[in-house]
Design a protein around this ligand. Structure first.
Ligand SMILES: CC(C)(COP(=O)(O)OP(=O)(O)OC[C@H]1O[C@@H](n2cnc3c(N)ncnc32)[C@H](O)[C@@H]1OP(=O)(O)O)[C@@H](O)C(=O)NCCC(=O)NCCS
Length: 498
């Protein structure tokens, strides 16, 4: 779901900012208001900064203050106002203007749903296509979803990389505790039976500022390239919503690289090279001006061995300890994943199975004296296909997943930072040992404490978090007005979406 491909990994500290005088021409909003609005909207500010200054100035003149405040994007694919979101304006999601109003936001569902009034049948599809429910326990159907995604799922803007979710990954992501077959929705061509579109969900719980909500995590919205721009996405979204409503789940969480009404939080992608040379060869990482290949390789070198005493792979016997530690750690964030024990086992413990690739890597730190689990860190494997490359077929990317440390509860922020620096450096070393090429992380959780120091480079990609049928005040995404990781903007997002 997340659009994290990034070729400008080591480009430096963010794009050029637009001419400071660019907002002078604004007829609608005084310059001062524009400035303070942009302070509150780092994603928009970053987007303006990457545009030609004249174009950015022109775009600003066309926006009003609520647009500026709400994360609405200005350039290219994101250039839309609320009225032009023909589908999304009909859905129970906050409008762009809502957060800009001075009124306090009442947190809670936007619309009350009576399951008895929900249609028992899906909407009709365009002629020649029909609904299907995928049976992912059937290897043939799993393979079909795999092929659809491998050929048609998220690519970077220049079509150089495309996410390549493995079958083991799909198994892991879509058959978590409580999973429902009906939420693996597909569309087939009636004649050929070919799978041409998908949208999937799994049930879970999140907490938003103390409120525990039952949600569906929506993922893998994908439409065959030949069927794009036919308004099929809204039909898919409505269908999975209907199936969730019928099952008594009225809220959902989803993420995306595009701006829709209205992000509850926005984070930025960061990338740490593990095999710089390969990333350079595939066009993911450029050679920074004035540097050399040898210097880049040396800069990204890591020690061969981890340094934390007692660090070892997580095992089944650690589940209770990790559950307890992670629960306390996640409660520190405004929006966090409310795992239960079964979910901890499913999402975090790797169990070797013949024919199945490893998807998740989890480590615990067991205190050598007390044998207490004091820390935990995990990452997952999500490869990207390198499209049409003579030498390399795929980039192996590790994505930082959940982590926790007892140090957080000492109240000493400096100590927390030091502990995370060591723990995450060890995670990088483990990922390198597991032959990953790059280690990706967002600015969520406590990541601003270590990203820059551990040589993560700023990515192009922004990841927006959305809640369906739930309103709440904006949640910090770990970035400041310069779109850079900021320790004062932490404590917002404690949910990692695949
Ligand atoms: C995303 C994708 C399904 C959209 O399909 P499409 O054919 O371009 O769009 P359609 O004509 O069917 O529908 C357009 C509507 O869907 C909305 N939409 C587009 N992408 C969306 C997304 N990722 N999530 C939710 N809604 C989305 C649009 O905003 C528009 O609604 P609006 O009128 O309210 O603005 C398709 O481009 C695709 O499969 N892309 C590759 C995979 C991908 O990016 N998936 C999403 C991962 S977050």
């Amino acid at each position: 779901m997340s659009d994290s491909h990034n070729k400008s990994n080591d480009k430096g500290k963010g794009p050029q900012r637009p001419d400071e005088g660019s907002s002078d021409g604004s007829k609608k909003v005084p310059r001062k208001a524009v400035e303070s609005a942009l302070e509150m909207n780092p994603a928009l500010k970053a987007e303006l900064a990457s545009m030609d200054p004249a174009k950015a100035a022109e775009a600003l003149t066309k926006m009003d203050i609520s647009q500026l405040l709400t994360g609405l994007s200005v350039g290219g694919k994101n250039q839309k106002d609320m009225a032009s979101y023909k589908f999304w304006q009909t859905q129970p999601v906050p409008s762009f203007g809502d957060n800009a109003q001075k009124k306090p936001i009442t947190q809670g569902p936007i619309k009350m749903i009576n399951p008895d009034e929900v249609s028992k049948t899906p909407d009709a599809l365009i002629e020649g296509f029909e609904w299907c429910t995928l049976d992912l326990t059937n290897p043939t159907e799993l393979q079909e979803l795999y092929e659809l995604l491998n050929n048609h799922y998220v690519e970077d803007d220049n079509a150089m990389f495309r996410f390549a979710y493995s079958q083991s990954f799909l198994h892991w992501a879509l058959m978590s505790p409580g999973w429902k077959k009906e939420w693996h929705v597909g569309v087939r061509a009636s004649k050929s039976r070919k799978l041409v579109a998908s949208i999937c969900g799994v049930p879970t719980h999140i907490r938003v500022r103390g409120e525990r909500i039952k949600v569906t995590e929506i993922n893998f919205l994908c439409i065959h390239k030949k069927l794009r721009s036919k308004r099929l996405a809204p039909v898919l979204i409505k269908e999975i919503t209907r199936r969730c409503y019928l099952n008594g789940i009225f809220q959902a969480i989803y993420t995306g690289g595009v701006i829709l009404p209205t992000p509850v939080s926005s984070c930025r992608y960061y990338h740490r090279s593990l095999d710089w040379l390969k990333l350079y060869e595939v066009g993911f990482s450029p050679l920074p001006h004035g540097s050399t290949k040898a210097r880049q390789v040396a800069k990204n070198q890591l020690p061969a061995q981890t340094s934390t005493p007692g660090l070892r792979p997580m095992e089944v016997k650690d589940i209770d300890a990790v559950f307890d530690l992670l629960e306390r750690y996640l409660l520190r964030y405004d929006m966090n994943q409310a795992f239960d024990r079964e979910e901890i086992e499913h999402w975090l413990v790797y169990k070797e199975q013949p024919g199945k690739e490893q998807v998740v890597w989890s480590y615990v730190v067991e205190d050598p004296q007390t044998h207490k689990i004091t820390d935990f860190v995990s990452f997952y494997n999500l490869e990207s296909t390198v499209i049409d490359h003579p030498k390399h077929e795929a980039v192996r990317a590790a994505y930082l997943y959940y982590y926790a440390t007892e140090t957080a509860f000492t109240g000493d922020k400096k100590a927390l930072k030091e502990r995370l620096l060591v723990l995450m450096n060890d995670a990088l070393i483990c990922a390198k040992q597991a032959k990953f090429d790059v280690f990706n992380a967002l600015t969520l959780q406590d990541n601003p404490l270590f990203l820059e120091q551990l040589k993560f480079g700023a990515g192009d990609g922004q990841l927006h978090f959305y809640l369906y049928n739930y309103r709440c005040a904006p949640i910090a995404g770990g970035i400041n007005e310069k779109n850079l990781p900021d320790e004062n903007q932490m404590g917002g997002v404690g949910v990692v979406m695949l």
